[in-house]
Ligand binder design. Structure first.
Ligand code: PLP
Length: 393
């Protein structure tokens, strides 16, 4: 560390140089990320209210009330009523919170198990690891369309099952699992049902508005207990902003952490973290007011049009194909032979295209976020075609 501080202008010059290594959303090269450039108005408010700390809500009662209002409003969008929850650091924290709640609600189970589809995000493996043997993950197979195999899922349920997961927008392909069928299977069994809609949460309601056939995935399915949905993905909130939504408010009293020492007074929460940004809550509250349903519908409509545009371009390239029919603005690309996924990924990276690679499913993932336009996609498809020719695919 320097003994004497530098001039601000010098620091900014240094920063600009160092940060020139970063990719920018506007370049279009970020094709495999679920984040995008947040809405400007939200960014301004995030900075303005950076010092609000929701880790001590008694001190920031206005911000805390805003968070309640925000959660309740989104809960209604997700087919719920009087939904509680909170804004999190991201989908990972929200998912681990759900796993912990599932375990804590069943103290009678000695060796609790949590069943997830094989397509579940790595956050569930992290949850299992962090709980150090306190919960065991059981993985249910997928069918040929990458959806949960409901029969295998059912066969994994036993007296140790404390919780189950359905995914509304998988990380790899944006697939929606059969949430209603999962609900039917666990009906009356005292098993906690969490839905991971980290990505899909801010897509599916607007696809419904656009007239797409969206299968039931939210609190409208009466067995669903909680949902993860992240504002920093398709909600275009500041990075990071995740969300956890819970149907039954009595769960807080039963298994919330007690925080006894705060300046603002005692309170309970479900979080892994203590200090929490109030700025992300304020910014996303404002983004919802600013965009309204119509604003989100327009964003999702554009992303879907661009998704279909890329689908068409892929269909014109010899040797490659889609891994599955897209259900939202995520595409999986694989080869006809099933070979050379690593090589394609490497060649794309050499040309700066930052896609996602899912080796378990043998595919390359493209997420058509709002920062991606048709010019970017055309350039990408041309280079992909060139790569497939060079690799003799
Ligand atoms: C379905 C799903 N759940 C959870 C997460 C984790 O979200 P985060 O990176 O915000 O922790 C992701 C991230 O891509 C995801 O796709």
């Amino acid at each position: 560390m320097l003994r004497e501080g530098l001039k601000k202008s010098e620091i900014i010059r240094l920063l600009e140089k160092k940060l020139s290594l970063d990719y920018s959303y506007e370049s279009g090269y970020i094709l495999g990320s679920m984040c995008s450039e947040p809405i400007d108005f939200g960014k301004e408010l995030y900075v303005k209210y950076l010092s609000k700390n929701l880790g001590d809500p008694g001190l920031f009662q206005g911000t805390a009330a805003l968070e309640k209002e925000l959660i309740s409003e989104i809960g209604m969008l997700f087919g719920g009523k009087d939904i509680i929850g909170s804004i999190t650091t991201g989908g990972t924290e929200a998912n681990i919170m759900a796993m912990r709640i599932a375990k804590k609600l069943r103290p009678d189970i000695e060796n609790p198990e949590f069943i997830v589809p094989r397509s579940a995000h790595v956050s569930f493996d992290k949850g299992e690891d962090i709980m150090c043997g306190g919960i065991k993950l059981r993985k249910a197979n997928l069918d040929k369309n990458f959806k949960l195999d409901i029969h295998h899922f059912e066969s994994l349920i036993n007296k140790n099952t404390c919780g189950v997961l359905g995914i509304a927008g998988t990380t790899s392909l944006g697939i929606v699992d059969p949430i209603k069928e999962i609900g039917r299977i666990i009906e009356g069994k005292d098993i906690f049902f969490h839905v991971d809609a980290a990505f899909g949460g801010f897509v599916l309601p607007f696809l419904s508005e656009l007239g797409y056939q969206v299968p039931p995935w939210d609190f409208g399915v009466k067995q669903v207990n909680s949902i993860t949905a992240d504002p920093h993905k398709m909600g275009l909130g500041p990075i990071p902003t995740g969300g956890f939504f819970l149907r039954d408010s009595s769960v807080m009293n039963r298994v919330g952490f007690d925080i006894p020492y705060l300046a603002g007074g005692n309170f309970k929460h479900f979080h892994l973290v203590g200090t929490r940004l109030g700025g992300q809550v304020i910014a996303f509250w404002a983004i919802l007011k600013y965009l309204g349903i119509e604003g989100f519908v327009k964003i999702v409509k554009d992303c879907m049009e661009n998704t279909f545009y890329l689908v068409k371009l892929i269909s014109e390239i010899k040797g490659i194909k889609l891994a599955a029919t897209p259900e939202m603005n995520i595409l999986g690309i694989t080869t006809e032979s099933g070979n050379k996924i690593n090589e394609i990924d490497e060649e794309l990276r050499k040309r700066n295209w930052m896609v996602g690679k899912f080796i378990d499913f043998n595919l390359i993932r493209v997420v058509i976020m709002p920062h991606v336009n048709q010019n970017h996609l055309l350039k990408f498809a041309n280079e992909l075609e060139d790569i497939t020719k060079n690799l003799k695919i």
